[in-house]
Ligand binder design. Structure first.
Ligand code: SAH
Length: 219
């Protein structure tokens, strides 16, 4: 573990710095997000055989037909979440996958809850996040399509799998001043921002994206 954590060659500090420079070129401006992306050792979240590509701007397979999102999209969703005036005390992620987005969120939020429906991914992410001493992340094995009402309200919600329509159930779990970022659509997917204020909800369509589908039930 420790040799992988330190990282030499392809996973060196310089490789990570190149990723940060690329994120800047792609339009990511929030310094706290760039610092979080630099901090989290992305190569530990992918299979060892793929570690040399971990800092490239690509999504990579993490088994069970799932993928780790490309760095740009992780940074972008985190930046959109942080762009409000409201502090991110409690954040929910639906779709833990390998746990990478949760680890990035953990750098910018006080508490992160993340939910995964595939048991083996849940177990692996839970162990890795605990090995990395990310004590402010709670990993849960559940179908997250209806959110996590027991821990609501959230200052931020991120969904990393695409639902065919914007869920009304999820936005009810936002605190006033809270923000939700999620992909919506089947063939053609768009990233949406949902903001809640004292008067209600506001939706903004952001940019085209490509995520795996949100599924129901546990496996
Ligand atoms: N955030 C992840 C991306 C993982 S891909 C990362 O940083 O790597 C999306 C994940 O959403 C998959 O692991 C998939 O199993 C999970 N998922 C899909 N539908 C879900 C649901 N209803 N509840 C919880 N997780 C779900």
């Amino acid at each position: 573990m420790s040799t992988r954590v330190n990282g030499i060659g392809m996973t060196s500090q310089r490789t990570r710095m190149r990723m940060i420079e690329r994120l800047r070129e792609q339009g990511i401006k929030d310094e706290a997000v760039l610092a979080a992306m630099f901090e989290v050792p992305r190569h530990l979240f992918v299979d060892e055989a793929l570690a040399s590509r971990a800092y490239d701007d690509v999504s990579l397979p993490i088994n069970f037909n799932q993928t780790i999102s490309q760095p740009y999209i992780v940074a972008r969703m985190t930046e959109v979440l942080r762009a409000g005036d409201h502090p991110l005390n409690r954040v929910l992620e639906i779709g833990t996958g390998c746990g990478y987005q949760a680890a990035v969120l953990a750098q910018v939020a006080k508490e992160v809850y993340t939910v995964e429906r595939i048991r083996l991914l849940y177990e692996r992410a839970k162990k890795l996040l605990s090995d990395l001493k990310m004590r402010n992340v709670g990993v849960r094995y559940a179908d997250g399509s209806a959110g996590f009402p027991e821990a609501a309200p959230f200052d931020g919600i991120v969904m990393t799998a695409a639902a065919p329509v914007l869920s009304a159930v999820l936005r009810e779990q936002l605190a006033v001043g809270g923000r939700m970022v999620l992909p919506v659509g089947i063939q053609e997917q768009w990233l949406y921002l949902v903001e809640r204020d004292a008067r209600g909800f506001r939706e903004t369509k952001l940019e085209p994206v490509k995520f795996v589908p949100l599924l129901t039930g546990k496996t």
